[in-house]
Design a protein around this ligand. Structure first.
Ligand SMILES: *Cc1c(COP(=O)(O)O)cnc(C)c1O
Length: 452
């Protein structure tokens, strides 16, 4: 197996090993870390996945990247501890499935990445007797997944910024009821503003003493775990060795989709990716026209975790197709648009279509979707309508959150209150606490210096 090193998408920072990429998060040149080489599985290796548990596949995927970094036994213990919950594959009709990534402790797919990353960071920090301050912005689900994944770890403190008007009560409560090493900050602003404050803090040398690290989807430690469920679902659902698969991924910052792109490069026979966004449609437009224009400010849509006007992982995606995009969205080398268009189909789903699909899916198939999963499923339906030749293919649409996280919408559309998963029971009664900061970098910096 090859030793995998990581380079920055801005191409100015040094190439580093996994540990540095994980603990740094963002590269010093503000680029994102990418593996210099993507390891591959043989067909025989992939065949064996059909007989494996989720955590065993997670071990095989992780080992391809980390074998020279973490001893097998330690890595196995980490994945076994991180993935102790179900990954349901729900048949909808024919060869069409929904993969529910909502059974983790915060009932969103972000648990998959956060739990693994938290354990990897803890592993290194323990060895080196160091401490870290995780600083992260959330549009709802990242923050709670990160806060829960790091809660109680003694080497790591966590500060999460969230836009007060863009998260649901339940999403907020999943963060603000924790306490201990977890501090939550509300901003009367948009998610993008939260993200800018975080980015500014990272590039501020006066804050170096805090040992800041990011847990946003820009951290490579979050992308590697997100490769696994693509392999898992395919291995469990394929009928023959040669069967190919189509995935539909409801997307915001494109961390989820990047996991799938890596899976494809690693040898998973993915015929097509459907990348479905909400009304923040900068990406589908880019795929269509080749021109990229970020949306500022981002639009507030029902699928709030996807209200992203400039996806933070986009420069990684561009790099996969041999292009270069900097952190501002400027493309200095055009990616291979032909190849990109062969691999993916991207479409934007309006809020109205999102609502209609929640109603239709339930009525037609008793398929219960929340707004994010509905965007993915609607994207798949649109694709199949446009390209009926793919009708018989194995298609897997990702459901990225539990419907019970969006009770207001579900009641409004379907007229019933979805049952809470066990992980969310008792949340309503817990006491909340969080601070507020003005949407202003100097204010935010003062807050950090005073508190840490
Ligand atoms: C974060 C999130 C997404 C979008 O994932 P990205 O990796 O940012 O594209 C979709 N659905 C839910 C529920 C999320 O929390």
């Amino acid at each position: 197996m090859k030793n995998i090193k990581f380079y920055s998408t801005n191409l100015k920072a040094e190439v580093v090993d996994f540990k540095s990429a994980l603990l740094k998060g963002l590269a010093p040149d503000k680029g994102l870390y990418m593996p210099k080489e993507i390891p591959t599985f043989t067909k025989e290796e992939i065949n064996k996945f059909s007989q494996m548990e989720y955590y065993e596949i997670a071990f095989e995927v992780g080992r391809k990247f980390l074998h020279d970094q973490i001893p097998d036994a330690d890595l196995k213990a980490i994945v076994k501890d991180a993935y102790d919950y179900e990954v349901p594959l729900e048949k909808v009709y024919d060869r069409k499935y929904v993969m529910r990534l909502d059974q983790g402790p915060t009932a969103s797919f972000k648990d998959f990445a956060a739990r693994m990353m938290g354990r990897l960071m803890q592993y290194y920090l323990d060895k080196e007797k160091r401490e870290l301050l995780i600083l992260t912005a959330t549009s709802g689900d990242t923050g709670s997944a990160i806060a829960n994944a790091f809660y109680g770890l003694d080497k790591i403190k966590v500060v999460v910024l969230f836009p007060e008007n863009e998260v649901t009560n339940r999403q907020r409560k999943q963060m603000t009821t924790l306490g201990k090493n977890v501090q939550i900050i509300g901003l009367d602003a948009k998610f993008d503003d939260c993200q800018y404050l975080v980015k500014d803090a990272f590039s501020d040398s006066e804050l170096d003493y805090l040992n800041l690290s990011s847990a946003n989807s820009i951290n490579i430690g979050r992308l590697i775990p997100q490769i696994v469920y693509y392999f898992y679902s395919y291995a469990k659902l394929r009928k023959s060795e040669d069967e190919e698969v189509i995935f539909s991924v409801p997307s915001g910052n494109f961390g989820d989709m990047m996991g799938g792109m890596f899976a494809k490069r690693m040898g998973l026979p993915i015929k097509k990716f459907i990348i479905a966004t909400n009304e923040n449609d900068e990406f589908p437009k880019f795929v269509k026209t080749g021109n990229y224009n970020k949306i500022e400010p981002s639009k507030n849509c029902l699928s709030s975790a996807m209200n992203v006007g400039h996806p933070s992982n986009l420069s990684r995606f561009i790099a996969l197709y041999d292009g270069v995009m900097d952190e501002t969205g400027l493309i200095s080398k055009v990616p291979d648009m032909m190849r990109l268009r062969e691999d993916i189909y991207s479409t934007s789903i309006t809020d109205e279509e999102t609502r209609e699909m929640i109603a239709e899916a339930y009525k037609k198939y008793k398929l219960l979707l929340e707004p994010h999963g509905s965007v993915g499923w609607a994207g798949l339906q649109r694709f199949l309508q446009e390209y009926p030749e793919f009708d018989d293919e194995l298609c897997i649409s990702l459901e990225t959150a539990h419907p019970a996280k969006f009770p207001e919408q579900i009641i409004d559309i379907l007229d019933f209150d979805p049952k809470l998963p066990p992980s969310l029971e008792g949340l309503e009664e817990k006491e909340e606490s969080y601070d507020k900061v003005l949407n202003n970098y100097e204010e935010f910096k003062k807050y950090l210096i005073n508190n840490y």
